[in-house]
Write a protein that binds this ligand. Structure first.
Ligand code: HEM
Length: 147
């Protein structure tokens, strides 16, 4: 699996997907606030419903992209995480678990198990901030091993 094109494409997909996922979250949060401020409540709710379902379509693809590219990168980089030691395994394990938490919250909101958009978005913005931080720390330790 040492194909440089595949590795670059997978990294590209990972970056594009997390930008889409987190960008969609932020856009939805801000869009809902603005809609409720400038439209009367009936129009605002209609706008929010349409807006949310469009963003969600992009987010389903982003989740698929994250899982495929993330697992690929994990598999080909696992030896380096082992070489980092317990910290490497803890970082990747926590990152993936929290990423699953994000997907779970999106699905729970979609299935109406979480009733409010605001609750789902607040949980996910915070989880995403931690996942991005863990991804960056992991990358630092992996690169400091010289690869
Ligand atoms: C099943 C889900 C996921 C898996 C298996 C996964 C796995 C990975 C792996 C293995 C890396 C490489 C770290 C390194 O450079 O050594 C990575 C990087 C990264 N991931 Fe994920 N990830 C997932 C979901 C997410 C999500 C949901 C986000 C954002 C909300 C995210 C954000 C990042 C960031 C910011 C990086 C660093 C990118 C870079 O600098 O190249 N990941 N991920």
């Amino acid at each position: 699996m040492n194909n440089p094109v595949l590795i670059i494409v997978m990294r590209y997909i990972h970056v594009l997907s997390f930008i889409t996922l987190v960008g969609g979250l932020l856009y939805n949060m801000i869009g809902q606030r603005v809609a409720r401020k400038i439209l009367d409540s009936e129009k605002a709710e209609a706008f929010i419903d349409g807006f949310r379902s469009r963003i969600l379509t992009f987010q389903w693809f982003a989740m698929l992209g994250l899982v495929v590219s993330g697992l690929f990168t994990w598999v080909i980089t696992n030896e380096k995480y082992k070489a980092i030691g317990a910290l490497g395994n803890a970082l990747i394990g926590t990152k993936v678990m929290l990423a699953m938490g994000i997907f779970c919250v999106i699905w729970m909101r979609y299935s109406k198990l979480i009733k409010s958009d605001k609750t789902a978005m607040m949980i996910n913005i915070h989880l995403a901030a931690i996942v991005i931080l863990l991804g960056s720390i992991l990358r630092y330790y992996r690169l400091s091993l010289g690869s």
